[in-house]
Design a protein around this ligand. Sequence first.
Ligand code: ASP
Length: 439
Amino acid sequence: MKKVVKFGGSSLASAEQFQKAGNIVRAEECRRYVVPSAPGKRFGTDTKVTDMLYACYDAAEKGENFKEQLLAICDRYQEIITGLNLNLSLEEDFAQIEKDFSARAGKDYAASRGEYLNGKVMAAYLGFEFVDAAEVIRFRPDGTLETEKTDALLSERLSRCEYAVIPGFYGSLDDGRVKTFSRGGSDVTGSLVAKAVHADIYENWTDVSGFLLSDPRVVENPVAMETITYRELRELSYMGASVLHEDAIFPVRKEGIPINIRNTNRPQDPGTFIVESTCKKPRYTITGIAGKKGFCSINIEKSMMNSEIGFGRKVLQVFEDHGISFEHMPSGIDTLTVYVHQDEFEEKEQQVIAGIHRAVQPDFVEMESDLALIAVVGRGMKSTRGTAGRIFSALAHANVNVKMIDQGSSELNIIIGVQNSDFERAVRAIYDIFVITRL
Ligand code: ASP
């Protein structure tokens, strides 16, 4: 058994959190490869080290004095080192960073130091070998990951160490310059390492006990799911559920390695397994409810639209020509509605409407803004009748007017459009009917 364990920023924000992470790694010998993020927030109003680094480098780039800001970052690490009683000095590293910042080493280099230094602290704390991610993770000049080369470099390098710490979030270009993934990218590093070492499980340690059925900011104490599939996760992440970086799924999915989301503050909880497929029956019919506000609908009406071949294509062409992606397109016999992101659409609104008039000569076009979309997702829906019935009766009882319904033939999800102001009430009503009442 071989496990790759990735710890998020909140799991490594202080010496106390480091100790919890250390206990977790030491509890199982098979936890051999550790991928740390940079120290995150210790309390609500705290600042993540990554954000401190971006701000510090910004000052350096503007030619301002950045010493104090760098010192504050240094203090964050020193507090951890002292709290852990480590015999480790980052003095040389900080001297180098100061030089590199003055020489404008780049924003990515600056941000990557958060993980780099935390990797050093983690390696010293665990007594594991430190492997600099810049040696083993490669990007192309356009910023995309060189997947095969990275895999080859990582597996070769890690075949030579039984236990190692590989900092998350960054790698390098062929010319040696440091390049980062997008924010939250340590999840991707963990996934790449898991693939390269053929891990049995990729454990992703964070501050929640797994994938929650709904957003805790909307629903009080939502339940955590035992198992969800990659496809379900994809649907839910797209609609705003945030648990993992999107790109973290692909490397492990290819290899069939399950991801186990765990809580550093509650290691006794089993967390959520994210898997390719499962025959385990889900506890609830639905696996997740996620949603986003800020959509608008463009409703196009034209009599005899049904007999006009190419109508939909012409309408969508107008959106494409203006660089606007559409979310959903429910239609009737003589009507067609296009859902788009309000902020993308607003500035081009008049051009798009004019374009639609020119392209298809509609009888009229009507717009509505401030709409929210809610995705109700679950592999359990496929074989259960009445799911849609339950959703809509719950919404009716909660006094929510449904503006749009869209269910794909995969039966994996039902998308519902409501007014922004009804969003929270709608999500709670759906949660209650499936989880609390379990009708
Ligand atoms: N430290 C980086 C961030 O704050 C990367 C990560 O934590 O995964 O985005």
